[in-house]
Design a protein around this ligand. Structure first.
Ligand code: ASP
Length: 446
């Protein structure tokens, strides 16, 4: 039988100091299936602390401006020194810091500098665990413009990793054919983890962080919300899009294409099962009809009315062309009989609101056009259950019973989620009401 492979990625808070390194070691050593370990750079140890990547970027900016970056570089050196001393590890840190200083003085590169946090962390973690260190500069491939080459990365990573019994890979960066280092977006170690999981055909991609999974609602609004045990990739996408960000979305995409389950776990509470993100829920699992609720404040609704909009006049297409030309994204668009409703982030309208109205008036000659501001958009997500349940209807009833005005509703035929617009000042109470509704629902067997 093929042996199971787990790729485990540890985020910044999981490698923030010596005690976190020890927790990582205990987790990794508790299962030989955890063969490939991906690490971020040390994150914050306390709220006012700075992430090593931010300190590195400070160094780069100062170097670029010809300013003295030694205080920031010294802070970085001290953070790694503390970790090394705590772990009693021999490591050529001074040599590494000297090389970084040299590069900053001679030819500062933003991506190379930013990547050194992950590079050093992975080398230290590999030495600590007694695993092979894998530099992603050898196997995470970018083109010369800094775009990741996923096909090539898949092949190269597979060839580099599979022959190794256990390895630690630095997250967040790779290199092009000329050896020039490029990074992913911030938070990109998640992507490295998921690329590694796809490349080796992992059975599971574990993403270790500082929360015990994904909450069913924002813990800043709802007191100690429940953690969701199972969620589909699509549900996760919806919830993260509306603000519940735990995982980089590109990481979700590649894992979902390869159908590799993602398990969000807490390094500080390894006994918690966390959230399992899968394509299909396992049989027999009980699922709440509402998986989670999330949302965003600061939305504007643009309402356009014109008799005959819906009579194949191409009105809606022209409207969307106007937005496209302006590269103005919208959250959703609803076309009704003789009307179009568009929800757009208010901050994106700051500089173009009047121009936009003028262009629509002169191009489309609407009967009415107007904005309504200060709206929040709430996503009630619950994939499977909505097909057979009337939960969405009852969510709306709950809000009405709470006296919360519903300004817009959008439920596509896909029924993945219900999008509801409510006034900004009702946002928190609406989230609490929907969460309370969720808690009152009986789970349904899948
Ligand atoms: N260290 C990088 C950042 O702070 C990448 C990561 O942590 O995933 O964004």
């Amino acid at each position: 039988m093929k042996e199971r492979i787990i790729v485990a990625k540890f985020g910044g808070t999981s490698v923030a100091d010596t005690s976190q390194f020890r927790k990582v070691r205990d987790i990794v050593q508790s299962s030989p299936e955890r063969r490939f370990i991906v690490v971020s750079a040390p994150g914050k140890r306390f709220p006012e602390d700075r992430k090593v990547t931010d300190l590195l970027l400070d160094c780069y900016e100062k170097a670029e401006a010809g300013e003295d970056f030694s205080p920031e570089l010294e802070r970085i050196r001290l953070r790694f020194t503390e970790i090394l001393e705590g772990l009693r590890l021999e490591f050529p840190l001074d040599e590494e810091i000297r090389a970084l200083k040299e590069s900053l003085l001679t030819a500062p590169s933003r991506d190379y500098t930013a990547s050194r946090g992950e590079y050093l962390t992975a080398r230290i973690m590999a030495a600590y665990l007694g695993y092979t260190f894998v530099d992603p500069a050898w196997c995470v491939c970018f083109d010369e413009k800094g775009q990741p080459d996923l096909a090539m990365t898949g092949r190269t990573m597979r060839a580099s990793l599979l022959p190794l019994s256990h390895a630690v890979i630095a997250g967040f960066y790779g290199a092009d054919m000329n050896g020039v280092v490029h990074t992913f977006e911030r938070g990109g170690s998640d992507i490295t983890g998921s690329l590694a999981a796809c490349a080796v055909g992992a059975d599971l991609y574990e993403n270790w962080t500082d929360v015990s999974g994904l909450y069913a609602a924002d813990p800043r609004i709802v007191d100690r919300p429940e953690t969701v045990p199972y969620m589909s990739y699509r549900e996760l996408r919806t919830l993260s899009y509306m603000g519940a960000s735990v995982l980089h979305s590109d990481a979700v995409l590649s894992a979902s294409e390869a159908e590799i389950p993602i398990n969000i776990r807490n390094t500080n509470r390894p006994q918690d099962p966390g959230t399992m993100i899968v394509r299909h829920l396992p049989h027999g699992v009980t699922k709440n009809p509402v998986t989670g609720v999330s949302g965003r404040k600061g939305m504007s609704v643009l309402q356009i009315e014109k008799v005959m909009v819906s009579d194949g006049s191409g009105f809606s297409a022209l409207m969307l062309d106007i937005l496209k030309e302006r590269a103005l994204p919208f959250e959703y668009c609803l076309t009704g009989i003789d009307s179009i409703t568009l929800v757009i982030r208010t901050d994106l309208l700051e500089t173009c609101r009047e121009d936009l109205l003028e262009e629509i008036r002169s191009t489309l000659h609407p009967d009415f056009i107007g904005f309504r501001d200060n709206l929040s958009l709430i996503a009630v997500t619950g994939e499977k259950a909505t097909e057979s349940s009337d939960a969405n209807v009852r969510v709306l009833e709950t809000l009405t019973a709470e006296g919360i005005e519903i300004s817009t509703i959008n439920q596509g035929a896909g029924k993945l989620n219900l999008l509801i617009g409510v006034p900004d000042e009702k946002y928190e109470s609406a989230i609490r009401a929907i969460y309370a509704f969720r808690q009152g629902e009986k789970g349904m067997k899948v």
